[in-house]
Design a protein around this ligand. Structure first.
Ligand SMILES: [Zn+2]
Ligand SMILES: [Zn+2]
Ligand SMILES: [Zn+2]
Length: 237
């Protein structure tokens, strides 16, 4: 039985991912709300390979904008009201909601990526570029429309306009991948790593160069455009 999404109550999609020490971790993803339900403390038990797979799932599921969360989120196991939690990963703040009985936690894609330190606010130059080509975008955090002519942060939830830090993301993915790799020495590996690094640089260039990075933004959203690029890159690993 799929669990209902704590926000929209539609059935969430269950995924089984590799955890530490040969275990498996079951997570539930709601594409409409762009949110992940972790039972108990399951996000802590994902293996590096499991984390990679989750990034890929997020990239594939990221639509143009998440559906705004409802006011009262309920635990899919006990129906109690989920409590908001503010947390911090180095200097990055992120939020999630947890069940008071410890059944698990609900985190949006956006906050999950913040937790993993993958999101950075747009620079003033990037905002100016975006403003020249796009009028309205949807907030990556809450889905509310942001009128770029008058605002440079979301008027609803106050989040700054942010996107995936693709350079950092690809570096971390490479690290995760290296830690997952078999210990035996593979003579082809340095070449492969070099190729992955070149691919990452190209994906980043495509997103970062003046005439390309905002092209996918109207259809995919800021975060979606970055996530799609990352998913394409991971798919080739
Ligand atoms: Zn939902
Ligand atoms: Zn509960
Ligand atoms: Zn917002």
């Amino acid at each position: 039985m799929p669990l209902p999404c704590p926000s929209c109550t539609e059935p969430a999609a269950e995924h089984t991912l590799p955890g530490h020490h040969g275990t498996t971790v079951i997570i539930d993803i709601c594409r409409r709300c762009q949110a992940i339900w972790f039972d108990g403390h399951e996000s802590l038990r994902l293996s590096p390979g499991g984390t990679l797979q989750l990034f890929r799932l997020i990239g594939e599921a990221a639509a143009s904008a998440p559906q705004p969360a409802v006011a009262t989120l309920r635990c899919p196991r006990c129906s109690l009201r989920l409590r908001p939690v503010e947390d911090r990963q180095r200097t990055t703040r992120f939020r999630y909601h947890r069940c008071p009985q410890g059944h698990g936690r609900l985190i949006t894609f956006y906050d999950f990526l913040r937790e993993k330190d993958f999101i950075r606010p747009l620079s003033a130059d990037q905002i100016a570029q975006l403003r020249a080509h796009v009028q309205t975008i949807n907030c990556s955090n809450c889905g509310a429309p942001v009128d770029l002519a008058h605002e440079s942060r979301c008027g609803h939830c106050r989040s700054p306009l942010s996107m995936l830090d693709l350079g950092h993301a690809t570096a971390l993915v490479e690290q995760l991948r290296a830690s997952e790799a078999p210990k035996a020495v593979d003579p082809a590996l340095p070449l492969e790593l070099l190729r992955a690094r070149l691919d990452a640089a190209q994906a980043f260039d495509r997103l970062a160069t003046a005439d390309a990075w905002y092209v996918d933004v109207p259809s995919e959203g800021l975060l979606g455009a970055g996530l799609r690029a990352l998913a394409r890159w991971i798919a080739r690993l």
